[in-house]
Design a protein around this ligand. Structure first.
Ligand SMILES: [Cu+2]
Length: 117
C-alpha cells in the first residue's frame, strides 16, 4: 500500500465519522422541544383553556367533565368528535401551524380555539 493510498483511506474514515456525528446532532436538534400532548377540559358549558397554544405534531385530547353531553367540532371542518358523554374523550393531532377555532354543536355558544405554531 502506498502512502498516498493510506492517506486517502484515512481521509475517507474521517469523512465517514463526521457524517455520523453530524447526522446524530441533526437528529437531536430535530426533536420538538414542547410536549407532544395537551388536554382541554370540558366543564360547566365551557372549554378550558379557551385558547390552547401547541407546537405542530401535538395531540390534543378533549375530556368531557360535564354531566351533560358535548361535542368538539372544528369551525373549518378539520376535526369533529362524536357526542361525548361524561368522562368520554376525543383526540386530534395537529400537524400544520394555524388557528383552529371549534365549538360544541349541541351548544353552539361554547367556542374555543387551538393555536398551532
Ligand atoms: Cu356542549
Amino acid at each position: 500500500m502506498s502512502s498516498k493510498t493510506i492517506w486517502v483511506l484515512g481521509l475517507t474514515a474521517v469523512a465517514l465519522m463526521m457524517t455520523v456525528v453530524l447526522a446524530t446532532a441533526r437528529g437531536v436538534a430535530a426533536r420538538p422541544p414542547q410536549a407532544t400532548t395537551a388536554e382541554v377540559k370540558i366543564d360547566n358549558f365551557s372549554f378550558g383553556p379557551a385558547t390552547l397554544t401547541v407546537a405542530p405534531g401535538t395531540t390534543v385530547t378533549w375530556v368531557n367533565h360535564d354531566d351533560i353531553p358535548h361535542t368538539v367540532v372544528s369551525t373549518d371542518s378539520v376535526f369533529k368528535s362524536k357526542v361525548l358523554d361524561t368522562d368520554e374523550k376525543f383526540s386530534f393531532t395537529f400537524t400544520k401551524a394555524g388557528n383552529y377555532p371549534y365549538f360544541c354543536s349541541i351548544h353552539p355558544k361554547m367556542t374555543a380555539t387551538v393555536v398551532v405554531k
